[in-house]
Write a protein that binds this ligand. Structure first.
Ligand code: ADE
Ligand code: ZN
Length: 334
């Protein structure tokens, strides 16, 4: 199976941090525009620093990288560059998340973030026919009170937020810490997703289900350590947004061949695949699919199933969902 075939397969991406799409080249471009000096000579030496021992080591560079995002145009250009690459990868819809706290801590307002991102989302839909939805994520390694404040301050944009999410350093920051802010989002009628079971154990997944009432689990790979939880995830058809290359780059597994994704599929879990932070973890959706094809010997039918799973569980209008599912069927029949 060629990468061209994979690029032609219509797909949805459900787990994508827009700040994680910032390439070293774009980081230098925005640094220059904003008169910021980066602690690297050039994009090549920055890229060479992308060797991560674990999630925390990655997050340190990731948060440092986004310091170049200052203006509405920076957020617009960041998102539009992602949408262009995603379109070339056959992504027909993307649920993109952002970390408002990481920006507010640097003096960048919610208005700047929302204005740039939402305008790019509208333009991507019109110009590239890539639809999208916005997830506002909270950083679990910061105070829950701060997350609650962000949720209240985001009131003008509730109509534009598809869901809230929970990301950043997992271990030591369990879902229970965010029970109140997730309950408040539920009261507001805002859907909820959360990273769980990436580095944290299965109890983080159980907590996300029981306490945060999420409709999707981001990652979820360590759920496999708890058979009762696996049965629960299977029976509820809970979507798991697995990020294969991310797990390899953050050393969750030594090699993709060691990943439990095939076991998750064999257990009947509702998995889809995603790029997480494509600028840091070996590329976008085509690279993730191609890596799985190579590691797990996936055939075209398996790729179709995984792509359709993503489309079924993305935050998209029913008519758009049906249209993209039909595109997948037409592609397979062609
Ligand atoms: N933020 C960006 N990428 C992340 C990941 N893989 N896990 C947790 N938080 C993140
Ligand atoms: Zn993530």
């Amino acid at each position: 199976m060629t990468n061209d075939w994979l690029a032609g397969l219509p797909k949805a991406e459900l787990h994508l941090h827009i700040e994680g799409t910032l390439t070293p080249e774009q980081q230098f471009e925005l640094a220059e525009r904003n008169d910021i000096t980066l602690p690297y000579d050039n994009a090549e030496s920055l890229r060479a620093a992308y060797e991560f021992e674990d999630l925390s080591a990655f997050l340190a560079l990731y948060y440092q990288g986004m310091d170049v995002l200052i203006t509405r145009d920076d957020f617009y250009d960041l998102a539009m560059a992602y949408f262009e690459r995603a379109a070339a990868d056959g992504v027909r819809h993307a649920d993109i998340s952002f970390d408002p706290q990481a920006h507010r801590a640097r003096g960048v307002t919610l208005d700047t973030c929302f204005d740039g991102l939402l305008t790019a989302m509208r333009d991507a839909s019109a110009r590239l026919d890539v639809s999208s939805a916005l997830i506002m994520s909270f950083m679990r390694d910061r105070d829950a009170d701060e997350a609650a404040e962000v949720l209240e301050d985001a009131a003008p944009w509730y109509g534009e937020i598809a869901a809230i999410g929970l990301d950043s350093a997992e271990v030591g920051n369990p879902p229970e810490k965010f029970a109140a802010v997730f309950a408040r989002a539920a009261e507001l009628g805002i859907p909820r997703v959360a990273h769980a079971g990436e580095e944290g154990g299965p109890e983080y997944v159980t907590g996300a289900l029981d306490v945060l009432n999420v409709c999707r689990i981001d990652h979820g790979v360590r759920a496999m350590e708890d058979p009762e939880l696996v049965a629960r995830l299977r029976e509820s058809r809970m979507p798991l947004t697995v990020c294969p290359l991310s797990n390899v780059y953050l050393k969750g597994v030594a090699r993709l061949e060691d990943h439990n994704l095939p076991a998750m599929i064999a257990e009947g879990l509702n998995v889809n695949i995603n790029s997480d932070d494509p600028a840091y973890f070996g590329g976008g959706m085509v690279n993730n699919f191609a890596a799985c094809v190579a590691a797990f010997d996936w055939d075209e039918a398996m790729c179709r199933m995984i792509a359709a799973n993503g489309v079924r569980d993305a935050f998209m209008p029913a008519d758009r969902r049906e249209a993209v599912l039909a595109e997948i069927e037409a592609y397979m029949g062609a």
